[in-house]
Write a protein that binds this ligand. Structure first.
Ligand code: PLP
Length: 453
């Protein structure tokens, strides 16, 4: 395609409207989508030359921002050296990356590669079922996840996703997926007077396991902090308790670190906020490559893998992904991790994350702000119509504040189809490499937008 065609804003808009089916498209006839043209650091420029700070890192993946030349070079070099090779056999970038992931997880893990977060979770489900099936527990097939959680768009991952509006047109989901209440202190599902909502929420998992029969449950899947479902941040003890409950019942703990992995929450992985927790399976995508190329990963603790090995070759994991662990994607992931370490991104997020939080917390005096929550560079502002009743903010109010921020050059998001009427959490998740000036701009812009509503 010629540069002229790529720069023809009107033509691109027309073709977009005619041929491109957008993710989460609401078919708003006649409204032009924003077409991005270029990016630099935390900023991108659209076809009309408007510049925006991407306060949601694309889809929470662009952790190192746009334009990292050394990442592009790592991909190009790898493509020239070995353009493709399947992981039914092996290649150096995948070997090196699997070793690096194990090192970062702080224990011995084997990694199975795929292309996305959804696939990483599907892979985890199949491994968990086969693990129990081959170890004398064929009845252990159920998965427990939490209401409001998002675990992906494919049918298994969507079945673990407990967000009503996202599922309704595709239900019934797969059999064997159960949901429990989240540790959501601001609107505690067990009652407003409950003192320790996190503890009750963890104990509810124990209770459900007993009601269902532990001999029927394969795994619990959860994010360390529910991100897309409204930034729900339990205390570190919640996950410790869940891990103990899983262990007690011989149930695998799958940590979905698709959003939280690689520094987003101020630790390399979100589960690391809870001392002593070492998940059986950790799934990752997004921040693994900072979005430069697609890659998903399912890291499985060696004690699980060893059981597969013991069972002999006839009982191997019958799963394959043509592009999973593509050499170029793995080379990009290795470079991405090298930069995260070299630039001390994780501790930077930990420190700066706290100072941004204290500025954003000031918004809690605003009549429409119920609560501001965060972990690292993942912020949620729960919007209400009324602080007393906690009635969720209307769609109009949510749209207004997002539009005001956009007008001022900042893109922010909100929780998706979580619970009908409860899509009332603004989400801010800037690139982890944002400069201090960028971060000041984020805070100032949000504050200015709130002054105007
Ligand atoms: N898990 C979590 C927590 C997510 O937020 C997402 C995507 O947003 C996924 C899984 C699915 O990842 P993907 O869109 O790469 O399939």
């Amino acid at each position: 395609m010629s540069t002229v065609e790529l720069n023809d804003s009107k033509k691109l808009t027309d073709q977009d409207q005619e041929h491109l089916w957008h993710a989460m498209s609401r078919h708003t006839e006649g409204s032009s989508p924003m077409i991005a043209k270029s990016g630099e650091g935390s900023w991108f420029t659209d076809m009309d030359g408007n510049r925006y700070l991407d306060g949601v890192s694309g889809l929470w993946c662009l952790n190192l921002g746009h334009g990292r030349k050394e990442i592009a070079e790592a991909a190009a070099e790898q493509m020239m050296q070995l353009s493709y090779f399947p992981l039914t056999l092996s290649h150096a970038p995948a070997i090196k990356l699997s070793a690096k992931i194990s090192e970062l997880l702080g224990d011995s893990y084997k990694t199975f590669f795929s292309n996305s977060g959804s696939e990483a979770n599907e892979t985890a489900f199949k491994i968990a079922r086969q693990y129990h099936n081959q170890n004398g527990n064929p009845g252990k097939y159920k998965f427990i996840s939490r209401y409001r959680a998002y675990h992906g768009s494919t049918l298994g991952a969507l079945s673990a996703t407990a967000q009503a509006n996202r599922r309704v047109k595709y239900d019934p989901g797969m059999p064997g997926f159960l949901h429990v209440p989240p540790p959501y202190s601001y609107r505690c599902p067990f009652g407003e007077d409950v003192k320790d909502c996190d503890k009750v929420a963890a104990d509810m998992i124990d209770q459900v396991i007993q009601w269902e029969g532990a001999e029927t449950v394969a795994a619990v899947i959860m994010e360390p902090f529910i991100s897309g479902g409204g930034v729900i941040i339990p205390s570190p003890e919640y996950l410790q308790r869940v891990a103990q409950i899983c262990k007690k019942h011989d149930i695998l703990l799958i940590m979905d670190e698709v959003v939280s992995g690689f520094g987003r929450t101020g630790k390399m992985f979100g589960f690391m906020h809870s001392e002593g927790v070492q998940p059986d399976i950790v799934t990752m995508a997004k921040g693994l490559t900072s979005g430069y190329l697609p890659l998903g990963a399912t890291a499985v603790h060696s004690r699980i893998y060893e059981k597969f090995k013991e069972q002999g070759t006839d009982n191997h994991f019958r799963h394959v992904s043509t592009y999973g662990g593509h050499p170029a994607s793995c080379a990009v992931a290795l470079k991405n991790i090298e930069i995260i370490e070299r630039e001390n991104i994780v501790s930077r997020v930990e420190v700066l994350g706290e100072s941004i939080l204290s500025s954003l917390k000031d918004l809690q005096t605003h009549k429409n702000v119920g609560e501001v929550r965060s972990a690292g560079f993942l912020y949620g502002i729960e919007m209400v119509e009324d602080k007393e009743t906690k009635q969720p903010a209307s769609d109009q109010l949510m749209a207004k504040i997002i539009a005001l921020c956009k007008e001022k050059g900042l893109i922010i998001g909100r929780n998706g189809d979580t619970v009908p009427g409860f899509n009332n959490v603004l989400i801010i998740a800037p690139p982890l490499s944002s400069t201090e000036e960028d971060l000041k701009f984020v805070v100032k812009t949000v504050q200015r937008a709130f002054k105007e509503i």
